[in-house]
Every structure is written in structure tokens, then in C-alpha cells.
Design a protein around this ligand. Sequence first.
Ligand code: ASP
Ligand code: CP
Length: 330
Amino acid sequence: MTSFIPPLHEKSPHLPFGDQQDSAFYGRDIISVNQFDRGQLNYIFDVAHEMYEMVARVGSFDLLKGKILASLFYEPSTRTSSSFTSAMERLGGSVIPINNVSYSSVTKGESLPDTIRTLEAYADVIVLRHPEVGSSALAARYAQKPIINAGDGIGEHPTQALLDLFTIQEELGQVDGLTITMMGDLKYGRTVHSLARLLTLYDIRLNYVAPEILQMPAGIKEEVEAKGIKQASYEDLIPVLPETDVLYVTRVQKERFEDPSKHEELKGSYVISTETMKAAKDRMIVMHPLPRVWEIDMGVDEDPRAAYFRQMEYGLYIRMALLAMVLGKA
Ligand code: ASP
Ligand code: CP
């Protein structure tokens, strides 16, 4: 008897798993979203779709049997670290978890390059989260093995942007033609920095809703502008909510504030409630990279347009796809 697996959005063409060491991704680092083109994104999404189907059908399989992931986190994480671990283990591989560097030799003063050189002696791929912008690029200069950027300070979070785009595609069926409104801490939020850049590969409109001091950095706006994407900044959600197809809410990044009183001032502004959702389209989605603190009331969770928990699950399939690809197996 064949089991029924509900489609995520539409069935992907069959992609045989096996050695693909001539693929564009084999042995590559994943540092910034700027390294992808649309063809590559479609390929990643097709593989992620296959991963979803395989997980639904068999749970785990041995595509990466014998491969080892070093998971190196200098900053807190729940989703990124656990989903990479789950992805590796569902593919039959194993993980060296360093989720709290204070228990590693980093505390003794070991540099990032030396830590990377050590871990690549034991592992086949390294996932790195670090508070400094450019840390993954630095690690990649020292490593022979692939480095995957899991967040470099306020810089980028490319695997999050890939899963965000996959979510939009799966939930709304397309990306072209959509109006995407990013709200919250656009200054320090690395997820929106990556996502805004990645979206420039599509025909979309971008709205930024944030208080003046947390607006999207000028440099990113210039990059977006150079790609011919229409963008507009607001301090209030009300004028743009009715036209919004994707509302991407973010947490105020408390840990990035030099002056904690500024964070306190902003706390409580920009909260999405069931009342707010009355002005939104029937067919739209609310996303959030998570963790959520106070930006979205829990009452909104029951709304079918609330996609943030589904979004986090899509991350597993995207990360399975990326691991298989950089290790030459998809
Ligand atoms: N988890 C995401 C990040 O690490 C978003 C957040 O922390 O607010 O960037
Ligand atoms: N979205 C995200 O990166 O979550 P974590 O910080 O929990 O990994």
C-alpha cells in the first residue's frame, strides 16, 4: 500500500539522490544570499521538496551516512542549531555539537581560525553562528571544508532567507508580483538583511515598517534600489497592511543595543493582534523568523494566515537540502 503524503505546494520533478560531485554546490561555502541566482534557488527548493517527501515517507535515510557536521554556535539558538542537527541525523550523518562555546577552548582564548582548523580536522562541514559580521567569510578563508553561515552578527542569515523564500513559495504559490512588508527591527535584524537582498531576484515590492532608529540600513536599501525593486519606508503598519501579501515581523534585537533604555522605549510598539489582522487580506501570510517575544499576540497563532510555525518546519527541509548539496549528494 502506498502512503498518502500531502503535497507542500506542488510536486517537484524527481531528483535522484546520489553522488553529484560535479554540482555547483559541492564543497561550496554558504556565506551570503548574494551567491545565489534564481535557477539555483529553484534547484534548492526542488531538493527541499524531495526531502520533505522523504521525511514524510520514511523519517530518516542514509544519504549522508558517515558524514559529520560540526555545529559551532557562539550565540544562542534553538531553531537553527536544532534543525541542522535534525537535518544531519535524518540524513544518517552525525553531529559534533558546540552550542555553548564557553565550555570549549574558545574560553581559553582560541581564535576563530584555529577553532575552525580544529573542527575541520574532525568534520566534513561546519555550521557557524558568531556575533561578528564577516565571521563566516573569515572562517571560510581558513577552512578547506564547507562553512555554512548560521548568522554573523547583524550581517546575514542566509539559510533563514532560503527557508523564508521557500515558505512564501509554498504558502502563496509564487513570489513574483507580491508585496512584502517587513516590520520591526530592520536595523539589526540579520534575517531581513538577507531576505531583502534575496528578494531582489524577484519582481516584488518591499515595504519597511519601523521606527526611524530601527529602519533598514541605507546600504541595503541602495543594493535593493540598484536591482530596480520598489521600496518604501513607513513608521506605521496601517497604510500598508491592506496591500500586504507577506507580513514579515521581527523581534527587536535586544542583544545588539548599546543603550538598554532605548530597547525598553521600543518594547511594546508594533504588536500584531487579532484586531490588527482584521485589516489584512484574506489570502496573505504572517511570517516571523522566531523567537517571538511580544511582537505577535498568541491569539494570532490560531489564524490560518499565521505561517511562522510552518515556516520553522520548512527550515528542516531546506537545511537537509543544503547539507546534501554541499556534501555532493544531491
Ligand atoms: N533567530 C533569528 C536570528 O538569529 C531572529 C532573531 O533572533 O530574532 O537572527
Ligand atoms: N530563526 C532563528 O535563527 O532561530 P534561532 O535563533 O532559535 O536559531
